[in-house]
Design a protein around this ligand. Sequence first.
Ligand code: KIV
Length: 323
Amino acid sequence: MKTKKVTIHTLETMKERGEKITMLTAYDATFAQLLDESQIDLLLVGDSLGMVVQGHETTLPVTLEDIIYHCRAVARGTQRAHIVGDMPFMSYQSSIHEAMVNAGRLIKEGNAHSVKLEGGAQHADLVSRLVSAGIPVMGHIGLTPQSVHTMGGFKVQGRGDGEAERLLQDALTLQEAGAYAIVLEGIPSVIAKRISETLHIPTIGIGAGADCDGQVLVIYDLLGMNDSFKPRFVRRYEHLATRIRTAVDAYTTDVKNGAFPSEQESFFMDKAQRPKSQAATVSAIALAGGCGPGPLSEVSPPQEDTPAGDTGGMYSTPHKPKP
Ligand code: KIV
């Protein structure tokens, strides 16, 4: 059956119907496929990759080439979700012409469906030019990480005198310019609620309370990949940092004591040489089911037809890369 793709029109309808929109970041094909299968509406190839993938302290060093590379990977893993390519720092601020060329590259080369850029009213002309050129634009206001040095750190925005009004005006100006949605990051819930109620386009919140039309999180934060990073707005649905360490410790133990690979995980010259019994077991983590670090347990080795099946193919389930 053909998958019904999420488009900017789907999002508009969802807002009209009061259906919440889900967005998560994705940076590679494997995660994209998993999130897409889980019916996530929007996949954001965010410049947050500079921090969680590349290990920088801010998003500022991320280049357009980086985002294009990760967009292409995400697009290969995605069938249903709408893919948003983040415009990195200084790829859209210096001139409208350069911004248009760069946004075009995210669509043409990265296979993104739309672009996101940080900032409000100052980008109204650019947003309207991009939209006229056929490039849908998602805005991003409030805590805008590319302005970390102007903000004096990653700080909640909108608490000062007149700031709530300014944020609302920014949101209205972006909507007027043709943006199809706006990320509201790091602002008091009451302001996000007012903006969401005022706009006819959807708002997607991160650290902006429950009244936005949708929510976004960085996938690594949701999965608890970094145990020293737990800001107030993040809910961890997993503790993968612990589980990954436990799995890798078990692998190390098995390699060191010769328990991995077993005969069932090895190849042979011919069928006669193959071990008859499938009874041998290997030590591994019981990753299936349950939350939190799983206990070490005995699990069955691969079936005869899986990698050790000597059919000449290395993989029982081949990767199916898109062109
Ligand atoms: O880059 C990113 O991941 C983002 C989200 C946090 C909204 O901009």
